[in-house]
Design a protein. Structure first.
Length: 59
């Protein structure tokens, strides 16, 4: 896992925990939105960090 993916995973967990601890007002909803966006970026970082072997010769 790359450093970007590790930091995004940490931020996702941190915002998820804060969303659970905050009351259900606009601040709690903002934490949920941040949690969802960080999770999406985490998945993109995982996909970008994969080493994909490409064989241009089709057999």
């Amino acid at each position: 896992m790359s450093n970007a993916a590790k930091s995004l995973l940490f931020l996702t967990l941190l915002s998820g925990i804060s969303a659970l601890l905050l009351p259900d007002d606009s601040l709690g909803n903002a934490a949920l939105i941040i949690c969802g966006s960080m999770f999406g970026l985490f998945l993109l970082a995982l996909l970008a960090g994969r080493k994909i072997k490409f064989d241009p010769v089709l057999r």
